[in-house]
Design a protein around this ligand. Structure first.
Ligand code: NDP
Length: 272
């Protein structure tokens, strides 16, 4: 019989590494699966993904569909609910759709295991308050960081996220305040500025000699932030490891087994 089908939905989606990652995971675990990339315009996404999941098992969802994926699901995990977005849709045995979000767990795992970044008690600066920032903020706090400072171009969105997280450990600040905030143990870049080819105006004083800087994006989109961070003296990483870890968490949801991520990460790193 034909292997179970999966796909990543995005717009654009041709650049997506998810088909490669899931096929390598399947091979490693001896699990037969078919995985494709499907480009769906925003107005066509809901109908297209529903039609696909009528016969397929699961879908990964990337920009710009994560909010719609969350909204159309019949059931939502806690991680998806607190983010208000989903990067995983699964067809349940009764045909209903379940939404999940593995971006936050993927980031925390990459930070701990691959970047050797101890999160407990750390002061963290989160740049951005969009879907990705909302997904990771909760997991960073759960991982034991001490203080989360959120700065976003639209200040109200940062304030709303800090409020939702609880004011004792999360606070919002203005871009204009960045000069006065001192340095951070971890700086996470979660804006779309890099994807748009723009560089954020960040002061070097955010970095000290133990700062880890992490960009959620990878490839050309991460270059401006990583160059700033390295110039300022930080240890810097792009989001390729997070991409592989969020995929492994999705794979575990679907197949009941978490694959080893290091070989797949090394494979992708060599290819870049
Ligand atoms: P959203 O569109 O939900 O949010 C965009 C964020 O970027 C907002 O905070 C927005 O601010 C800010 N922003 C956009 N343009 C600018 C600019 N010119 N200057 C300053 N801030 C700007 O996108 P997502 O949160 O879903 O994605 C953000 C990034 O994270 C993307 O690059 C994406 O590729 C990456 N990502 C990587 C993952 C991985 O696995 N490695 C997983 C998920 C995301 P405002 O509120 O003012 O509009």
């Amino acid at each position: 019989s034909a292997p179970p089908r999966y796909a990543v939905f995005g717009h654009p989606v041709s650049h997506s590494l998810s088909p490669t990652i899931h096929r390598l995971f399947g091979k490693q675990c001896g699990i037969a699966l078919a995985y494709e990339a499907i480009d769906a315009a925003p107005e066509a996404f809901a109908q297209t993904v529903r039609a696909f999941l009528a016969s397929a098992h699961g879908a990964n969802v990337t920009l710009p569909h994560k909010g719609t994926a969350f909204a159309l699901a019949d059931q939502r995990s806690a991680a998806a609910s607190r983010a208000g977005s989903a990067n995983v849709l699964t067809r349940l045995p009764d045909g209903r759709l379940a939404a999940h979000n593995t971006d936050g767990s993927g980031l925390v795992r990459d930070l701990r295991a691959r970047q050797r970044c101890d999160l407990s008690g750390r002061r963290v600066l989160l740049l951005g308050a969009g879907g990705a920032a909302r997904a990771i903020a909760w997991d960073l706090l759960e991982a034991g960081i001490d203080q989360l400072t959120i700065v976003n171009r639209t200040a109200d969105t940062a304030a709303a996220l800090a409020g939702a997280l609880g004011q004792t450990r999360a606070r919002a600040r203005y871009w204009q305040d960045l000069d006065a905030l001192g340095s951070f143990d971890l700086i996470v870049h979660a804006t779309a500025a890099g994807v748009l080819g723009q560089a954020l105006p960040l002061p070097p004083g955010l970095v000290d000699d133990r700062t880890v800087a992490y960009d959620l994006s990878y490839g050309a989109a991460a270059q401006a932030f990583l160059a700033w961070a390295r110039d300022a003296g930080a240890r810097a990483s792009d989001g390729l490891g997070m991409l592989v870890e969020q995929a492994a968490d999705a794979f575990a949801l679907w197949h009941g087994r978490r694959p080893q991520t290091d070989p797949v990460y090394a494979h992708l790193r060599e290819g870049r």
